[in-house]
Design a protein around this ligand. Sequence first.
Ligand code: MG
Ligand code: MG
Length: 274
Amino acid sequence: GQDRSRDGYLMRFRSLMIYIKTDAEVELLREANQLVSKTLAEVAVHIRPGVTTRQLDAIAEEFIHAHGALPAFKGYAGFPNTLCTSVNDEVVHGIPSDYALREGDIISVDCGVILNGWYGDSAFTFPVGEVKPEIMRLLTSTRSSLEDGVKQAIAGNRVGDISHAVQVRAESAGYSVVRTLVGHGIGKHLHEGPEVPNFGRRGSGTRLDKNLVICIEPMINMGTKNTRTDSDGWTVRTGDGKPSAHFEYAVAVRDGKPDLLSTFEYIEKVLTKR
Ligand code: MG
Ligand code: MG
């Protein structure tokens, strides 16, 4: 998620430019985002009680390098690792560590790559072993809110149509939408314009033009929408310690229907084999 408060003014100005891609550029972005999807599936293979988030990070970094790409987050604004690993009440931007996952945890794994100069960015929240039904429901609803948002990513709509669709699905399930972090355009920069909030009014905001590529990434909390940032300057957590879920796709805006550049199919294959 793009942090709306962190970026300096000039960086923000530059990074929030909107770039409409050519068809060929959309295909390059598809390659980068497919690699992210495959990296998340490789990480999924290793998610179980006892594995440390640092081990998952190493697996992702090696996989990305082996496929001729670079980890996009490592060094981005000083972020130290390849993955953001955010456990339980951590919303996003968790730093991989020696924390060993426990049965019943959930972990958002957010991954970015640079392939041939183009960025990929996607996230998935995994259950670790057996997870309480109420927490599984949070994961399912967050993913559904993403799918609802994606359906609005068609030429002629506005950003607010996506935002509204995500918000309605999440809030009607009884959850709250994080306000301080948003989705974003993506291309030769990790974060481009427009910002894609997960809340808003239908018909408002930037018009979605054909071949705009955006990351839609609902961050949905079981309790309060409020968040706080740890003293490490990165880890965002819920204000009340209740769990949070995060799913992210990159999608190209097209005429009539959205074109997903990311997929969770590789992850699903891993999860259903268990
Ligand atoms: Mg993102
Ligand atoms: Mg991401």
